[in-house]
Write a protein that binds this ligand. Structure first.
Ligand code: ACM
Ligand code: ZN
Length: 768
C-alpha cells in the first residue's frame, strides 16, 4: 500500500464515526445519551467497586448483584482485584437532581456517579436494560456510552385499588418491582372503599373483621352483583396486617418507592359502616357491598358526629405509624351528599359552623382532617372534589376529572398530581374494545398515554412548578386476577414512565416503539401478561367540498392496514390501505392490522356508512358542540355514521344550548324527508331535545318551515336510547337544510343534576 493511502485511511478512521451502535432500549429514555464505539464485556474478570462506608447502599447493591446473577449466572465480587470494574462513585456535588445519575461505559470500566441511593438504583436499572432480561448463552456486552440522567417530575405514580378486588402481598410486591424497573417512585395504595376495608386497624378490629369480607360474586360483572342477603357466607376478601404493610413499605423503600396510603373519606366507606354502623348518618346496620349496587346503602360518614372525627384520628394515627410518606391521601371523591341533607346532625353542623351548604360541609370535613394530619407533620392530598366548598389550606390535589381541578389548584399555589381519566386511567380499554377483556369503559391507548403532557397549557411559569407529576390509576372493579392486572398496566405504565421521567423534547413515539420491542420480549420471557399495543384500526371520515373520504390509521408505525368494503373479513389478500378511501355509496368497511405477516386483531374494526342526499355535505353550526364531544367536526352530522346507544365518539354533545345546524348539499336537490338522530341517557345527563324544527332553502337566505317534531319520551325515562326526529314533506327543491333542536331547560327534578344544564346529543342529519 502506498504511504499516502495509508495516511488517508488513518485520517478517515480519525474523523469518520465508526459504525454507530444502536442506542439500547432504555425506558424511560435518559435525559442525555451518547453512544461510543466498543463495549464492556461482563464475564468473570469483572468486579464491583464500592466506595468505603457505603453501608446504606447495601440493599441496592444486593438487588443489582442478584439481577446480574439472574441474567449472567455470575456472582459479581465486591472490591476484588479484577481486570475490569463496575465502579460506584458517590458524589454529593453531582450536578443532577437527587434521583439522577451518570453512567459511563468504556471497554475497561463502567463508572456510575450518583449523589443518592436512588441515583445508584436508577443507574443499575438502566444498565440492566442494556442486557437480556433473562439468562441466555449470549455474551453479555454493555455498549460503550455516556448517560446523564435525571427525572423530569418528582411524583411518578402508580395507583392500585385493592378494595374492589384484593391482591395478595406477593402481587403487590410484583407491582412494586415493575414500577421500580421503569423508575416510577410513588405507589398510591387505595386501601379503603365501599367494597372492602383492607388495612388492619388495631383499635377497630371490625373494620377488617367485617369490612374486609363480602359475599363472593366474582363470577358476576361488577354492576350486576346482587346485594348480600343476611346469612350468606362473606367468603371473598382479605386485608393486610400492619406487619405485612410494614414489610411492603420497606420493600418499596429499597426500590426508591414511597407508598402513599389512601384512607377514603367521607364517602366510599360502606365497608367501614358495615363494621361500625354508628359512623353513618342513619346508624343503620348494613352488610358489606358485593359490587357496584348501592341502592339504599350508607356510603358516607356522618359529618355531624364528633365521634366520626375521633375515629378517623385514631385510624390515621395508626396509618401514619406504619406509612412514613409525607403525603396521606384522604380520598374525598364522589361524595353523594343526599344523606347529609336529610341528617339532623349534619344540618346542625352546617348551622353551627356557618356553612352555606353540603359542599362546604365536605370542605369543613377535609379541613378538620387536614389540621390533624398537619399536626403530625404530614401533608394531605385528595381527589379534586376537595376543591368544592373550599380547599383545605395546605392540601395537594389529585386531578382526575380531567385537568380542571389540577389547573385551579395550581393557580391557587397548591401542589397537584395529574391523573386525568383520559388518559391516566389504566382500567380503561387500551385497544379494541373488540377482543379485549371487559373493562369499565374509556379508550386510553398506549399512544394517548405516551402523548400525555402533565403540565397544562393554562399554567404560567410560576404555577407550573406546582405540578408534582402524573400518575396511572388502576381501579379494579373489572380486574380480578394478577394476570389481568399486569395486562392493564403493561405496557401503558412504560409510556407514562417516559412521560414523567424523560424531557418532553426527547419524546419520540417511533423510537419508543423501537425500544418497547425489547421490553415485550422480556415480558414474554418472564411470562408477564401485556397488551401488544393498540393495533385497532381507527376509522376516520372526513368530508371536503361535499365529498366524503375515510382515512384508516393505527398507532403502530410498522403495521400495515388491509380493508374490505363489502362486509367480508379482511386479511393480507384484501386491499392494502395507502390513501384515504372515497365513499360514494353505502358500505360496510372492515379493517385489520397486519405486522410481519401476522393478523394483529382478534376482530376487525368496522363501520357502516349509510349514504343519503346530504352525505358528505358541509355543515355550519351556530354554536359549536362541546369540546368534549367534537366527533370529527361539524361534518360528522353528514358522514353517514349513525351513533350507537352509548355516549361515544360519533355523537356531538351540546351542554345547555340548542343545536342549530345548516347543511349545504352543494346543489339544489329534490327532498322529501329530513331527520335528526338523537340520544338520551338519564344516568349521563343526556336528554332528547324537547323539539326539533326543520327548514329548507334553495338560496341559503330564505328558509321555509318544513315541520317540527316534539319528543314523545319523558326525560325521566331511564337507560340509553336513540331516536330519529323525522319529518316528511311534499317533494321540495332545496340546497340548504336548517335543523334547530331545543335542549330541555335543565335536568329534571329528582335527577342528580336537577336544575343544572342538560346535554343534547346528535349524530346525523339524514336527508332523502
Ligand atoms: C375516582 O376515580 N373516583 C377518583
Ligand atoms: Zn349526618
Amino acid at each position: 500500500m502506498k504511504r499516502t493511502s495509508l495516511i488517508f485511511i488513518l485520517f478517515l478512521l480519525e474523523v469518520l464515526p465508526s459504525k454507530a451502535q444502536l442506542a439500547p432500549s432504555i425506558i424511560p429514555a435518559p435525559m442525555q445519551l451518547q453512544m461510543d464505539t466498543g463495549y464492556f464485556l461482563i464475564d468473570k474478570q469483572v468486579s464491583l467497586h464500592l466506595p468505603a462506608g457505603a453501608e446504606e447502599l447495601k440493599p441496592t447493591v444486593n438487588f443489582f448483584i442478584h439481577a446480574m446473577q439472574e441474567v449472567s449466572g455470575l456472582q459479581l465480587p465486591i472490591n476484588k482485584p479484577a481486570t475490569r470494574q463496575i465502579a460506584l462513585v458517590m458524589d454529593k456535588n453531582l450536578n443532577l437532581k437527587e434521583e439522577g445519575y451518570q453512567l459511563i461505559v468504556t471497554p475497561g470500566k463502567i463508572t456510575i456517579h450518583a449523589s443518592s441511593k436512588a441515583g445508584v438504583l436508577y443507574a443499575f436499572q438502566s444498565l440492566l436494560q442494556t442486557l437480556p432480561q433473562v439468562r441466555t448463552n449470549a455474551a453479555l456486552r454493555v455498549p460503550c456510552m455516556r448517560i446523564n440522567d435525571e427525572p423530569r417530575f418528582a411524583w411518578r405514580g402508580m395507583h392500585l385499588d385493592v378494595s374492589r378486588h384484593f391482591f395478595s402481598p406477593a402481587v403487590v410486591k410484583n407491582y412494586i418491582d415493575l414500577m421500580a424497573m421503569y423508575k416510577m417512585n410513588t405507589f398510591h395504595w387505595h386501601l379503603v372503599d365501599d367494597q372492602g376495608w383492607r388495612i388492619e386497624i388495631k383499635k377497630y378490629p371490625k373494620l377488617t373483621g367485617i369490612g374486609a369480607w363480602r359475599v363472593d360474586q366474582t363470577n358476576l360483572v361488577w354492576g350486576s352483583r346482587p346485594q348480600a342477603k343476611p346469612g350468606e357466607d362473606p367468603s371473598y376478601g382479605g386485608y393486610y396486617t400492619q406487619d405485612q404493610i410494614k414489610d411492603i413499605v420497606a420493600y418499596a423503600a429499597q426500590r426508591n418507592i414511597t407508598v402513599v396510603p389512601e384512607i377514603e373519606m367521607p364517602g366510599h366507606v360502606a365497608s367501614a359502616i358495615a363494621g361500625y354502623p354508628e359512623l353513618s348518618c342513619t346508624g343503620e346496620f348494613q352488610l358489606p357491598l358485593t359490587g357496584g349496587n348501592y341502592t339504599n346503602m350508607s356510603s358516607n360518614y356522618c359529618a355531624g358526629k364528633d365521634a366520626v372525627f375521633n375515629f378517623l384520628q385514631d385510624v390515621l394515627t395508626e396509618v401514619m405509624n406504619i406509612f412514613p410518606s409525607t403525603y396521606i391521601h384522604i380520598g374525598g371523591d364522589e361524595v353523594d351528599k343526599a344523606p347529609w341533607k336529610k341528617c339532623a346532625l349534619c344540618q346542625a353542623r352546617i348551622k353551627k359552623e356557618g356553612l352555606k351548604n353540603e359542599d362546604e360541609l365536605q370542605s369543613y370535613f377535609m379541613k378538620r382532617i387536614e389540621k390533624f394530619i398537619i399536626s403530625k407533620k404530614r401533608k394531605m392530598i385528595g381527589w379534586d372534589e376537595i376543591l368544592e366548598g373550599g380547599l383545605a389550606p395546605e392540601a395537594a390535589v389529585m386531578s382526575w376529572r380531567g385537568e380542571a381541578g389540577g389547573i385551579e389548584a395550581a393557580k391557587m399555589n397548591h401542589y397537584v398530581v395529574m391523573t386525568p381519566g383520559n388518559p391516566c386511567y389504566f382500567d380503561h380499554y387500551q385497544a379494541g374494545p373488540e377482543g379485549e377483556p371487559l373493562a369499565i369503559g374509556g379508550f386510553n391507548t398506549l399512544k394517548k398515554v405516551y402523548d400525555y403532557e402533565p403540565i397544562p397549557k393554562e399554567l404560567n411559569a410560576t404555577n407550573r412548578k406546582y405540578v408534582l407529576g402524573a400518575q396511572g390509576n388502576v381501579w379494579t372493579e373489572f380486574i380480578t386476577t394478577a394476570e389481568h392486572l399486569e395486562y392493564m398496566v403493561l405496557p401503558r405504565m412504560l409510556a407514562l414512565a417516559e412521560t414523567v421521567w424523560s424531557p418532553a423534547a426527547n419524546k419520540n413515539w417511533d423510537d419508543f416503539n423501537r425500544r418497547i420491542q425489547y421490553h415485550f420480549r422480556a415480558f414474554d420471557q418472564k411470562g408477564l401478561h401485556y397488551s401488544p399495543g393498540n393495533y385497532t384500526v381507527d376509522i376516520r371520515p372526513e368530508s371536503k367540498e361535499g365529498k366524503l373520504t375515510v382515512s384508516l390509521s393505527t398507532e403502530i408505525p410498522a403495521a400495515r392496514i388491509y380493508y374490505t368494503t363489502d362486509g367480508s373479513l379482511p386479511n393480507a389478500s384484501a386491499t392494502l390501505y395507502e390513501r384515504p378511501i372515497p365513499v360514494n355509496n353505502s358500505i360496510l368497511l372492515k379493517a385489520v392490522t397486519i405486522q410481519n405477516g401476522k393478523l394483529m386483531n382478534l376482530r376487525p374494526a368496522e363501520q357502516a356508512f349509510t349514504a343519503h342526499k346530504a352525505f358528505g355535505s358541509t355543515v355550519t353550526y351556530e354554536k359549536m358542540p362541546s369540546k368534549y364531544y367534537p366527533a370529527n367536526g361539524p361534518n360528522s352530522l353528514t358522514d353517514g355514521i349513525r351513533g350507537k346507544a352509548a355516549a361515544g365518539k360519533f355523537w356531538h354533545g351540546f351542554n345547555g344550548n340548542d343545536l342549530v345546524a345548516t347543511v349545504d348539499m352543494g346543489t339544489v336537490k329534490e327532498i322529501s324527508t329530513i331527520l335528526l338522530g338523537c340520544f338520551q341517557n338519564y344516568g349521563d345527563w343526556i336528554f332528547f331535545p324537547s323539539s326539533v324544527s326543520f327548514e329548507t332553502s334553495e338560496d341559503g337566505k330564505q328558509f321555509i318551515a318544513a315541520g317540527t317534531v316534539k319528543t314523545d319520551i319523558s326525560p325521566e325515562t331511564r337507560g340509553g336510547m336513540v331516536k330519529d326526529f323525522k319529518v316528511k314533506l311534499p317533494v321540495t327543491k332545496a340546497r340548504f337544510v336548517r335543523v334547530t333542536a331545543k335542549v330541555i331547560e335543565a335536568c329534571p327534578p329528582g335527577h342528580p343534576g336537577a336544575g343544572k344544564p342538560a346535554w343534547l346529543f346528535a349524530d346525523e342529519i339524514v336527508v332523502e
